[in-house]
Design a protein around this ligand. Structure first.
Ligand code: HEC
Ligand code: HEC
Length: 217
């Protein structure tokens, strides 16, 4: 398996990240069992007209600071829409769009966008090498864990644990989120998971890893 190829210090970091991931998996997954609701794809599609203005009808937004929702994990989508509705995640253009949604509306919308296929993007070749190193092995000097220990080798995330997919996401959006976690302006992450990771990344590493994940398919 590719993930065992990284030997030496990267292997250690990767193992530490995996251990953290397994420990967190237990508690995050049990929260999800209470929080997640079943949604209806067809109902979600008809409720999604207003979302299409920014996220596109199939969830593959064209403007790079509007995230793609297509193929995103259903539990993660539910958690984030609720976080915007309830004011735990802030964005002036997003919050008014979901302020009046019921839990059932949110479950339906999440089911619809999760059922769509994310479009692929070409990464900037100049950034991919450093991005791949961080994504697969972290940085032992600054104690950055390997991103793939939670987000998966192909960036597909983990629905049960609430870990989002990153494959094909716009690099500008990814970069903006990593900076938002690092500054603490986004604090929707349970147990500060992403705030801890992001605050250890350099500006250059953020740009590189954002390019790397955008090219994951
Ligand atoms: C006016 C534009 C706009 C509209 C309309 C809009 N959104 Fe958003 N949405 C955004 C922006 C901008 C963000 C990213 C905010 C940030 O940077 O944190 C976002 C983020 C999201 C996210 C988080 C994605 C992630 O990867 O974390 C979800 C989920 C979402 N929107 C769902 C919806 C749904 C469902 C609707 C329709 C009910 C909707 N949005 C309508 C602009 C919009
Ligand atoms: C311990 C597990 C874990 C590790 C390691 C981890 N992440 Fe995350 N990541 C998460 C979780 C959980 C979330 C969702 C947090 C929330 O709800 O705001 C997340 C969210 C994100 C988001 C926001 C996605 C979106 O659609 O808005 C990005 C971008 C991201 N991670 C990138 C990374 C990168 C890059 C690394 C490696 C440098 C990394 N993550 C390492 C667990 C992890």
């Amino acid at each position: 398996m590719a993930i065992f190829r990284a030997g030496g210090r990267n292997g250690v970091i990767w193992a530490a990240g995996l251990l953290a991931a397994m420990l967190m998996n237990v508690s995050v997954a049990s929260e999800d069992q209470h929080g997640a609701m079943a949604g209806d794809v067809a109902a979600g599609k008809s409720k999604s007209t207003i979302c299409a203005a920014c996220h596109s009808a199939d969830g593959n937004s064209v403007v790079s600071i509007w995230p793609k929702l297509a193929g995103q994990k259903v539990n993660y989508l539910q958690t984030q829409i609720k976080a915007f509705r309830d004011g735990d995640r802030k964005d002036p253009s997003m919050q008014p769009m979901v302020a009046n949604l019921s839990d059932q509306d949110i479950a339906d919308l999440a089911a619809y966008f999760a059922s769509q296929q994310v479009s692929s993007v070409d990464a900037d070749p100049a950034q991919v090498q450093l991005g791949a190193l961080i994504y697969r092995g972290g940085n032992s000097e600054t104690k950055v864990p390997a991103c793939m220990s939670c987000h998966g080798p192909e960036g597909l995330g983990n629905n049960q644990a609430g870990w989002p997919s990153l494959n094909g996401q716009h690099a500008d959006y990814v970069e903006k989120q990593l900076k938002a976690y690092a500054s603490g302006s986004r604090s929707s992450d349970p147990k500060s998971m992403m705030r801890d990771v992001s605050s250890r990344l350099s500006e250059q590493e953020i740009k590189a890893v954002a390019q790397f994940v955008t090219g994951l398919q």
